[in-house]
Design a protein around this ligand. Structure first.
Ligand code: DGL
Length: 263
């Protein structure tokens, strides 16, 4: 495998750009190809079979573009499809799972909250991880129904978004959580309104940094890191609206290329 080959990243839409930003920060010399499957968002209400079939489509597209590794920048896709993908493709996969373990270890109130999609919270993989932790801490799980379409629409602080967040945070605050785990890669874009709505003692935790660190380790262990100092190409493809990706990536506009394609 060519060390200069790009890292492939996919998500059901624009949310995984929160993961891409961490990857680019930690691995600035790596070329990347990002697929935003916005035409099929949200994944969170789909069946496991539907999610697997969308992940196969995204994976094959990234392989056809010559990627050396694939980051599944979506909790819903990871928790439902990563086992299938690892069993059927040789390319290495890195997934993203809600950071409930670190939150549980750090919690002083022994109570944590998790906001994620229905698809993530009902997955076997999430069940296995959370089962082991429920002996130690109380976990308040809330499905963030409706949030992904609002974020895809660029509605970060609209009255509709704030109303949903208020409703979803209520049972968590009542359960005296001190950590809120963001179990969906779209939700880091809601950190500002979340901080404004939450009592000051509740910390928010997401998985972006951990995924980027893991990517670095896996590339090094397989000797496929890009050690060249050339400026890498940073490509973004969406089967939705370019304007949405532009909105979430505006601070990178001079160094990235965004195109609308069908895949
Ligand atoms: N970004 C996806 C995740 O991390 C969103 C899921 C969806 O499309 O519903 O779960």
């Amino acid at each position: 495998m060519n060390n200069k080959a790009p890292i492939g990243i996919f998500d059901s839409g624009v949310g995984g750009t929160s993961i891409w930003k961490e990857i680019h920060k930690q691995l600035p010399h790596e070329a990347t190809v990002y697929l935003a499957d916005s035409a099929n968002a949200p994944y969170g209400n789909k069946t496991k079979e539907e999610i697997i079939s969308l992940c196969i489509k995204n994976t094959e597209h990234l392989i056809s573009l010559g990627c050396k590794i694939i980051i599944i920048a979506c909790n819903t896709a990871t928790t439902n499809a990563i086992t299938y993908l690892r069993n059927h493709y040789q390319i290495p996969f890195i997934g993203i799972e809600p950071a409930i373990k670190p939150a549980a270890l750090m919690s002083k109130t022994n109570s944590i909250g998790i906001l994620a999609t229905k698809g993530t919270l009902s997955s076997d993989l999430f069940y296995e991880t959370s089962k082991a932790l429920t002996l130690e801490v109380n976990i308040t799980e809330v499905v963030g129904a409706g949030l992904v379409p609002l974020i895809e629409n660029g509605e970060i602080e609209s009255s509709r978004t704030l109303a949903l967040l208020k409703k979803y945070l209520k049972p968590m605050v009542a359960a005296n959580i001190d950590y809120l785990v963001l179990g969906c890669s779209h939700y880091p874009y809601l950190i500002k309104p979340l901080q404004e709505l939450l009592p000051g003692n509740i910390k928010i935790i997401d998985s972006g940094e951990a995924v980027a660190k893991q990517t670095q380790l896996v590339l090094a262990s397989k000797s496929i890191s890009n050690i060249s100092e050339e400026t890498p190409r940073l490509l973004f493809f969406t089967n939705g609206k370019m304007r949405t990706l532009n909105f979430f990536l505006k601070e990178y506009k001079d160094k990235i290329e965004i195109s609308e394609i069908s895949f």
